[in-house]
Design a protein around this ligand. Structure first.
Ligand SMILES: Nc1nc2c(ncn2[C@@H]2O[C@H](COP(=O)(O)OP(=O)(O)OP(=O)(O)O)[C@@H](O)[C@H]2O)c(=O)[nH]1
Ligand SMILES: [Mg+2]
Length: 209
């Protein structure tokens, strides 16, 4: 990206206002699209707000499908942004109102994708600000550390907390992030409703264009 802040804003507005194309939803590893553009993936527990955050980042409501019921996103969904990069909406790991075999299959697919994708430039690991890091988040973080896949933690749904509560969970989460080899030390705070943190997230994504 350019260094002039005004130009940066223009660049971001243009990039995220550009055409978004749904490429495909994948439930089997052999159906993954061939490696082409840089990929940025949104991972996290079911219902943490992955699909909503993708929509907020794109400034659109309905690119990625969202729902109150954990387990909405059932495939790895690939979205081509402006023929420049690919945003990847993953199914949630952990709890979902689905059969054990389905959850196991999703978890397996997510892990294989995250560990073995050469074009994957950054993983955002989303964490519900009301709950903080859970065991299955830590498992994913350790797996990404081992695979040397760069990732950044993002606290979601910060509109549901008071500012001081956000500060507290941010501090705790940051203290854990710095202990992980492949994690960014900076943890982002976001809300897909108030749009807080979305510009920072956009800037973070745009560096891969
Ligand atoms: N208050 C608030 N609610 C949110 C926010 N982001 C998402 N939600 C709500 O949380 C629920 C789950 O959002 P999704 O975006 O579908 O979550 P997901 O992580 O994609 O869920 P799965 O695909 O099931 O894993 C929906 O009811 C959203 O409206 C947010 O920033 N603030
Ligand atoms: Mg989803």
């Amino acid at each position: 990206m350019k260094e002039n802040p005004e130009k940066d804003i223009k660049f971001l507005t243009k990039l995220f206002g550009a055409e978004v194309q749904f490429m495909r939803g994948v439930s089997r590893l052999e159906d993954l699209p061939s490696l082409s553009l840089p990929e940025i993936a949104f991972a996290g527990r079911s219902n943490v707000g992955k699909s909503s955050l993708i929509n907020a980042t794109l400034g659109r409501r309905d690119v990625a499908r969202t729902s109150n019921t954990p387990g909405r996103t059932q495939e790895i969904n690939f979205f081509n942004l402006s023929k420049s990069l690919i945003l990847v909406d993953l199914p949630g790991y952990g709890y979902a109102r689905e059969s054990k075999s389905k959850i196991k299959a999703w978890n397996e697919l997510i892990r294989l994708y995250l560990r073995g994708r050469a074009s994957l430039k950054r993983v955002f690991v989303l964490v519900d600000s009301r709950h903080g890091l859970k065991e299955n988040d830590r498992e994913i973080m350790e797996m990404l550390d081992e695979a040397a896949v760069s990732y950044q933690l993002i606290l979601t749904k910060c509109d549901k907390l008071k500012p001081l509560e956000v500060e507290k969970v941010l501090k705790l989460t940051s203290q854990e992030a710095i202990k992980h080899a492949a994690a960014f030390s900076e943890v982002l705070t976001t809300s897909s409703i108030s749009k807080n943190g979305i510009e920072t997230l956009r800037a973070s994504i745009a560096q891969f264009v």
